[in-house]
Design a protein around this ligand. Structure first.
Ligand code: RB5
Length: 171
């Protein structure tokens, strides 16, 4: 399977370990960054993962930040993405079986790489169990973002990145 993975600077080490784990399981991994511990902006990487999944360039996505909340919210804003931010195996499996989630996310600071490995393995093994009701609910969720709501602007974060380069942020 082709899996896109992204993170913010808080959990780059954990993202690298998660990517290695996925590769060992035989998956092809597209690491969209960030690649170091320099302060950055997690919506950039959530959006990158989401776009790869929504366009079919990746089969599934993995989004990790400190809590998992920020980066998965960003991925969720890409039309076609159904992201689940989870902290346990049961919820990860339910996300695939019931929602056909195509992005799984975790808080690297909250649960650590051990739990993340179990979660990824279970999520990848689980399969969507379709019913007419689930199909209808998923169609409704997907329909909440229409084509006109989706910002197709890859320069979206340029202004903020420029400000970082200029030393505008001090934390
Ligand atoms: C740090 O930027 C932290 O806010 C981030 O990693 C994440 O926890 C946000 O949801």
């Amino acid at each position: 399977m082709k899996i896109a993975i992204g993170c913010d600077h808080i959990v780059t080490d954990i993202k690298i370990k998660a990517a290695e784990f996925l590769k060992k399981q035989g998956h092809e991994v597209i690491d969209v960054g960030t690649y170091d511990f320099i302060r950055t902006h997690y919506p950039i990487y959530g959006r990158k993962v989401g776009k790869l999944v929504a366009t079919g360039e990746a089969d599934l996505g993995v989004c990790i930040c400190g809590t998992g909340i920020g980066i998965n919210n960003a991925a969720q804003k890409v039309k076609g993405v159904r992201a689940a931010c989870v902290a346990d195996v049961q919820t990860a499996v339910a996300a695939k079986e019931n929602l056909n989630a195509n992005v799984i996310g975790c808080g690297g600071r909250v649960i650590g790489i051990g739990s993340i490995e179990y979660i990824l393995e279970a999520f990848l093994k689980a399969e969507y169990k379709p019913t007419p009701e689930k199909d209808a609910l998923i169609a409704k969720i997907d329909g909440l973002i229409d084509d006109n709501d989706c910002i197709e602007n890859d320069a979206l974060f340029d202004e903020y990145l420029k400000k970082w380069e200029e030393g505008y942020y001090h934390d």
